[in-house]
Design a binder for this molecule. Structure first.
Ligand code: DX5
Ligand code: ZN
Length: 219
Protein backbone atom coordinates (compact mmCIF):
# COMPACT_ATOMS: atom_id res chain seq x y z
CA UNK A 1 0.00 0.00 0.00
CA UNK A 2 1.34 3.39 -0.97
CA UNK A 3 0.34 6.73 0.54
CA UNK A 4 0.10 9.85 -1.59
CA UNK A 5 1.51 13.21 -0.49
CA UNK A 6 0.45 16.06 -2.77
CA UNK A 7 2.91 18.94 -3.22
CA UNK A 8 1.46 22.46 -3.29
CA UNK A 9 4.57 23.90 -4.95
CA UNK A 10 2.98 24.24 -8.38
CA UNK A 11 -0.45 25.14 -7.05
CA UNK A 12 -1.99 28.61 -7.25
CA UNK A 13 -0.43 30.00 -4.09
CA UNK A 14 -2.65 33.08 -4.15
CA UNK A 15 -5.44 30.61 -3.39
CA UNK A 16 -3.63 28.35 -0.97
CA UNK A 17 -6.76 27.53 1.04
CA UNK A 18 -8.51 26.30 -2.11
CA UNK A 19 -5.47 24.27 -3.12
CA UNK A 20 -5.52 22.62 0.31
CA UNK A 21 -9.24 21.88 -0.06
CA UNK A 22 -8.65 20.33 -3.49
CA UNK A 23 -5.97 18.07 -2.01
CA UNK A 24 -8.22 16.98 0.85
CA UNK A 25 -11.20 16.43 -1.45
CA UNK A 26 -8.96 14.31 -3.70
CA UNK A 27 -8.39 12.01 -0.71
CA UNK A 28 -4.65 12.42 -0.60
CA UNK A 29 -2.98 11.07 2.52
CA UNK A 30 -0.62 13.97 3.20
CA UNK A 31 0.12 17.49 2.01
CA UNK A 32 3.72 18.01 0.89
CA UNK A 33 5.23 21.42 1.73
CA UNK A 34 8.49 22.24 -0.11
CA UNK A 35 10.69 24.77 1.65
CA UNK A 36 13.57 26.33 -0.35
CA UNK A 37 15.98 28.92 0.96
CA UNK A 38 17.74 30.08 -2.21
CA UNK A 39 21.00 28.64 -0.85
CA UNK A 40 20.64 24.88 -0.82
CA UNK A 41 18.73 25.12 -4.09
CA UNK A 42 18.55 27.90 -6.62
CA UNK A 43 14.99 28.87 -5.79
CA UNK A 44 12.97 30.35 -2.93
CA UNK A 45 9.51 28.98 -2.20
CA UNK A 46 7.77 29.60 1.13
CA UNK A 47 8.46 28.99 4.79
CA UNK A 48 7.36 29.33 8.39
CA UNK A 49 4.60 31.99 8.21
CA UNK A 50 2.91 30.21 5.31
CA UNK A 51 3.06 26.87 7.15
CA UNK A 52 1.48 28.46 10.24
CA UNK A 53 -1.35 29.89 8.14
CA UNK A 54 -1.94 26.59 6.38
CA UNK A 55 -1.96 24.47 9.53
CA UNK A 56 -5.45 25.34 10.84
CA UNK A 57 -6.96 24.91 7.36
CA UNK A 58 -6.04 21.25 6.89
CA UNK A 59 -6.69 18.01 8.65
CA UNK A 60 -4.14 16.11 6.58
CA UNK A 61 -0.65 15.53 7.98
CA UNK A 62 1.77 18.20 6.75
CA UNK A 63 4.81 16.53 5.17
CA UNK A 64 7.45 19.27 5.26
CA UNK A 65 10.47 18.87 2.96
CA UNK A 66 13.31 21.22 3.89
CA UNK A 67 15.59 22.06 0.97
CA UNK A 68 17.64 24.44 3.10
CA UNK A 69 21.32 24.76 4.08
CA UNK A 70 20.81 24.58 7.84
CA UNK A 71 17.88 22.33 8.77
CA UNK A 72 19.15 21.85 12.33
CA UNK A 73 18.82 25.57 12.99
CA UNK A 74 15.19 25.66 11.82
CA UNK A 75 13.78 22.22 12.77
CA UNK A 76 12.20 23.38 16.02
CA UNK A 77 10.43 26.30 14.38
CA UNK A 78 9.04 24.09 11.61
CA UNK A 79 7.81 21.58 14.19
CA UNK A 80 6.12 24.41 16.13
CA UNK A 81 4.58 25.83 12.96
CA UNK A 82 2.83 22.51 12.33
CA UNK A 83 5.04 20.01 10.51
CA UNK A 84 3.73 16.48 11.15
CA UNK A 85 6.64 14.88 9.30
CA UNK A 86 9.91 16.73 8.72
CA UNK A 87 12.59 15.85 6.19
CA UNK A 88 15.98 17.43 5.52
CA UNK A 89 18.76 16.76 3.03
CA UNK A 90 21.78 14.61 3.76
CA UNK A 91 23.70 17.07 1.53
CA UNK A 92 22.83 20.06 3.76
CA UNK A 93 25.37 21.64 6.10
CA UNK A 94 23.76 20.36 9.31
CA UNK A 95 25.02 17.21 11.01
CA UNK A 96 22.52 14.53 9.99
CA UNK A 97 22.65 12.46 13.20
CA UNK A 98 22.11 15.56 15.30
CA UNK A 99 19.29 16.78 13.09
CA UNK A 100 17.55 13.39 13.38
CA UNK A 101 17.80 13.55 17.19
CA UNK A 102 16.48 17.10 17.16
CA UNK A 103 13.43 16.17 15.05
CA UNK A 104 12.75 13.10 17.21
CA UNK A 105 12.74 15.34 20.29
CA UNK A 106 9.55 16.97 18.94
CA UNK A 107 7.85 13.57 18.66
CA UNK A 108 7.37 13.64 14.88
CA UNK A 109 8.75 11.32 12.17
CA UNK A 110 11.99 12.44 10.57
CA UNK A 111 13.01 11.94 6.97
CA UNK A 112 16.40 12.08 5.31
CA UNK A 113 16.22 13.32 1.74
CA UNK A 114 18.73 12.17 -0.87
CA UNK A 115 19.32 14.09 -4.11
CA UNK A 116 19.61 12.11 -7.36
CA UNK A 117 23.41 12.42 -7.59
CA UNK A 118 24.01 11.27 -4.01
CA UNK A 119 24.67 7.53 -3.56
CA UNK A 120 22.06 5.86 -1.35
CA UNK A 121 24.73 4.33 0.88
CA UNK A 122 25.49 7.75 2.40
CA UNK A 123 22.41 7.23 4.58
CA UNK A 124 23.21 3.62 5.56
CA UNK A 125 25.20 4.58 8.70
CA UNK A 126 22.18 6.58 9.91
CA UNK A 127 19.52 3.92 9.39
CA UNK A 128 20.06 2.27 12.76
CA UNK A 129 19.41 5.58 14.47
CA UNK A 130 16.07 5.94 12.73
CA UNK A 131 12.75 5.15 14.37
CA UNK A 132 9.63 3.38 13.09
CA UNK A 133 7.63 5.81 10.90
CA UNK A 134 10.81 7.66 9.91
CA UNK A 135 11.54 7.69 6.20
CA UNK A 136 14.13 8.18 3.50
CA UNK A 137 13.04 10.59 0.77
CA UNK A 138 14.62 9.67 -2.56
CA UNK A 139 14.55 12.58 -4.99
CA UNK A 140 13.67 11.51 -8.52
CA UNK A 141 14.37 15.02 -9.89
CA UNK A 142 16.99 17.60 -8.93
CA UNK A 143 15.51 19.53 -6.01
CA UNK A 144 14.43 23.08 -6.73
CA UNK A 145 11.47 23.03 -9.09
CA UNK A 146 8.15 21.26 -9.60
CA UNK A 147 7.09 19.87 -12.96
CA UNK A 148 10.41 18.26 -13.93
CA UNK A 149 10.93 14.94 -15.65
CA UNK A 150 11.31 11.77 -13.61
CA UNK A 151 14.87 10.37 -13.47
CA UNK A 152 14.58 6.61 -13.96
CA UNK A 153 18.24 6.11 -13.00
CA UNK A 154 17.20 6.57 -9.36
CA UNK A 155 15.15 3.32 -9.40
CA UNK A 156 18.08 0.97 -8.66
CA UNK A 157 19.04 3.21 -5.73
CA UNK A 158 15.52 2.79 -4.32
CA UNK A 159 15.79 -0.99 -4.69
CA UNK A 160 19.16 -1.13 -2.94
CA UNK A 161 17.91 1.11 -0.13
CA UNK A 162 14.79 -1.02 0.33
CA UNK A 163 16.81 -4.23 0.60
CA UNK A 164 19.17 -2.64 3.11
CA UNK A 165 16.18 -1.55 5.24
CA UNK A 166 14.72 -5.08 5.01
CA UNK A 167 18.01 -6.55 6.22
CA UNK A 168 18.08 -4.23 9.22
CA UNK A 169 14.43 -5.03 10.01
CA UNK A 170 13.59 -1.42 10.85
CA UNK A 171 10.08 -0.44 9.67
CA UNK A 172 11.14 2.65 7.73
CA UNK A 173 9.25 4.21 4.85
CA UNK A 174 10.69 5.14 1.47
CA UNK A 175 9.26 8.29 -0.09
CA UNK A 176 9.89 9.32 -3.69
CA UNK A 177 9.57 12.89 -4.91
CA UNK A 178 9.73 14.42 -8.37
CA UNK A 179 8.04 13.71 -11.68
CA UNK A 180 5.64 11.20 -10.17
CA UNK A 181 2.57 10.17 -12.18
CA UNK A 182 0.66 6.86 -12.47
CA UNK A 183 3.39 5.30 -14.60
CA UNK A 184 6.51 6.50 -12.77
CA UNK A 185 4.75 6.02 -9.44
CA UNK A 186 4.20 2.36 -10.29
CA UNK A 187 7.89 1.92 -11.15
CA UNK A 188 8.78 3.44 -7.76
CA UNK A 189 6.30 1.24 -5.88
CA UNK A 190 7.75 -1.82 -7.59
CA UNK A 191 11.22 -0.67 -6.54
CA UNK A 192 10.06 -0.40 -2.92
CA UNK A 193 8.62 3.09 -2.38
CA UNK A 194 5.57 3.39 -0.14
CA UNK A 195 5.11 7.18 0.01
CA UNK A 196 4.64 8.94 -3.33
CA UNK A 197 4.92 12.73 -3.61
CA UNK A 198 3.07 14.14 -6.59
CA UNK A 199 2.62 17.82 -7.40
CA UNK A 200 1.81 18.85 -10.94
CA UNK A 201 0.33 15.45 -11.84
CA UNK A 202 -2.44 15.86 -9.25
CA UNK A 203 -2.95 19.64 -9.19
CA UNK A 204 -2.78 19.87 -12.99
CA UNK A 205 -5.36 17.09 -13.45
CA UNK A 206 -8.98 17.72 -14.41
CA UNK A 207 -9.87 15.07 -11.87
CA UNK A 208 -7.43 15.33 -8.94
CA UNK A 209 -9.20 12.52 -7.04
CA UNK A 210 -8.80 10.24 -10.06
CA UNK A 211 -5.12 11.17 -10.26
CA UNK A 212 -4.61 10.30 -6.59
CA UNK A 213 -6.44 6.98 -7.07
CA UNK A 214 -4.30 6.15 -10.11
CA UNK A 215 -1.19 6.40 -7.94
CA UNK A 216 -2.38 3.65 -5.62
CA UNK A 217 -4.04 1.30 -8.13
CA UNK A 218 -3.19 -2.34 -7.34
CA UNK A 219 -0.53 -4.00 -9.49
C1 DX5 B 1 11.11 19.50 -6.02
C2 DX5 B 1 10.12 19.26 -4.91
C3 DX5 B 1 9.00 18.33 -5.27
C4 DX5 B 1 8.15 18.81 -6.41
C5 DX5 B 1 7.19 17.76 -6.88
O1 DX5 B 1 12.18 20.24 -5.56
O2 DX5 B 1 10.77 18.70 -3.79
O3 DX5 B 1 8.21 18.05 -4.13
O4 DX5 B 1 7.43 19.94 -6.08
O5 DX5 B 1 6.51 18.28 -7.98
P1 DX5 B 1 6.23 17.42 -9.29
O6 DX5 B 1 5.36 16.28 -8.85
O7 DX5 B 1 5.54 18.37 -10.18
O8 DX5 B 1 7.55 16.94 -9.81
ZN1 ZN C 1 9.48 17.86 -2.15
Amino acid sequence: MALVSVSILNGDLARLAEVAQTIEAAQADMLHFDVMDGMFVDNISFGLPVLSCLKPLVQLPLDVHLMIEEPLRFAERFAEAGADLLSFHIESRSDAAETLREIHSFGIPAGIAVSPETPEDTVFPLLEQMQPEDFILMMTVRPGLGGQQFMAEVLPKIQRLRSRIAKLQIPLHVEVDGGINAETGLLCRKAGADYLVAGSYVLGAKDPAGAVRSLTAPF
